[in-house]
Design a protein around this ligand. Structure first.
Ligand code: BTN
Length: 261
């Protein structure tokens, strides 16, 4: 990808986790733009300490190392930039109806999960010493060719997951999707560095966010609450109206609930 900052693409047949790999590279001083992509992960990481599993050679398992010049409070927009780039790339395959379920899932029109994004950073002291913005590793797992049919899914995922190939009606080229994703990520990453760019990311998230306008249950470490998601803050956080008040949700699990359920 010479026309983007993502020229250094490191490919692995098998690795524990592409996020773990790039976090270690960042600790060793690697620059923004390094990409790690794997055919298979033996310890893929999901949000909230979960694992992320996919059969070898079927899906897109990719992480990027970014050093965004952005306040810590705006770091959710890094996840947003990656999610929007993935939406762009999937739409370019001709698949319609893809949206973002806040905070980090890509879903189809039926709410089935197509992809998940995981941003990780733990490196502020290392980064502060060399004057560069501190690194954030953002990984995404996109269900490209698995499941190939609903019958591939284990019972616990029945009706909850779907692949790009299912929506496209046939196998999808993972390499072409990777290149489309990195191409789309270039302007999205540039947007992280300016106020107008960040406003654009927020507006594009709002336009593509299936959560806004729905009844939600927000699960936080200190407890859960229900409300109606009414918008996205300038930092990319979810705004929820609940019991006559407005709460801004920075992180947490958000479940779309049907009224009355
Ligand atoms: C989620 O829980 O929805 C986020 C899943 C993120 C999975 C991707 S796959 C590539 C990268 N490497 C990892 O270990 N995790 C992310």
């Amino acid at each position: 990808m010479p026309e983007t900052r993502f020229a250094d693409i490191r490919r692995f047949e098998s690795i524990d986790s592409t996020n773990r790999y790039l976090l270690d590279e960042a600790r060793a001083g690697a620059p923004e733009g390094v990409v790690a992509v794997a055919d298979h992960q033996t310890a893929g990481r999901g949000r909230l300490g979960r694992t992320w599993e996919a059969p070898a050679g079927a899906n897109l398992l990719v992480s990027v190392l970014l050093r965004p010049a952005i306040d810590p409070g705006g770091r959710h927009l890094v996840t947003t930039a990656v999610a929007l780039a993935a939406v762009d790339a999937i739409r370019a395959t001709g698949v319609a109806g893809v949206a973002i379920k806040w905070p980090n899932d890509l879903v189809d029109a039926g709410g089935r999960k197509l992809a998940g994004v995981l941003a990780e950073s733990d490196l502020a002291p290392v980064a502060a010493a060399d004057g560069r913005p501190s690194p954030v590793v953002v990984g995404i797992g996109i269900n490209v060719n698995w499941p190939s049919a609903d019958s591939d899914l284990p019972p616990e995922l029945a009706g909850l997951a779907v692949s790009v190939s299912q929506l496209a009606g046939g196998p999808v080229d993972r390499e072409a999707l990777l290149l489309a994703f990195l191409t789309a990520l270039e302007p999205r990453t540039a947007d992280l560095g300016t106020p107008s760019g960040r406003a654009r990311l927020g507006a594009d998230l709002l336009a593509d966010c299936t959560t806004v306008g729905t009844r939600v249950r927000v699960d936080l470490p200190e407890g859960s609450f229900e409300g109606t998601a009414t918008g996205i803050s300038p930092e990319g956080h979810l705004v929820v109206a609940t019991g006559g008040a407005t709460r801004t949700v920075v992180a947490g699990d958000v479940v779309h609930v049907r009224p009355g359920s």
